[in-house]
Design a binder for this molecule. Structure first.
Ligand SMILES: [Zn+2]
Length: 126
């Protein structure tokens, strides 16, 4: 089995350093992120890595008011689907933007949310 160009593990390692990496299908040109094994558009597995700038706009968001177990101190917070300028969408947590000022179309910028062992996707002010 050939190694994937960008694995999910690699994706999060890069994200931790503040870099977003997508993958583009060499066959049909579809851009995917986070990395997938097979192209959803053409079912091929022929990816090339693509560096993403991390700038985009909110296309939908949800305010979390009831926390998952162990995160009670963090609510309320928002998670949003952000459509990046490159054309892919990514789910991330909103940071440093007040819940009142969230709206569809708001420009945001990727920033890594790094805890002791994990990196997660966050979006802050553009
Ligand atoms: Zn494809």
């Amino acid at each position: 089995m050939a190694d994937p160009v960008v694995t999910l593990k690699h994706f999060f390692e890069e994200a931790r350093s503040g870099r977003l990496t997508g993958i583009r299908c060499r066959r049909c040109g579809d851009l995917a992120m986070p990395p997938k094994e097979f192209c959803p558009a053409c079912q091929e597995r022929d990816w090339a890595p693509v560096a993403l700038a991390g700038a985009g706009n909110i296309t939908s968001f949800t305010v979390i008011r009831v926390a998952p177990r162990g995160r009670a101190a963090e609510v309320p917070y928002a998670v949003a689907v952000v459509r990046l300028d490159e054309g892919v969408s990514l789910l991330g947590r909103i940071v440093d933007i007040s819940l009142e000022s969230l709206r569809i179309g708001l420009p945001v910028r990727f920033r890594p949310l790094v805890t002791s062992e994990q990196a997660a996707i966050g979006f802050g002010p553009a």
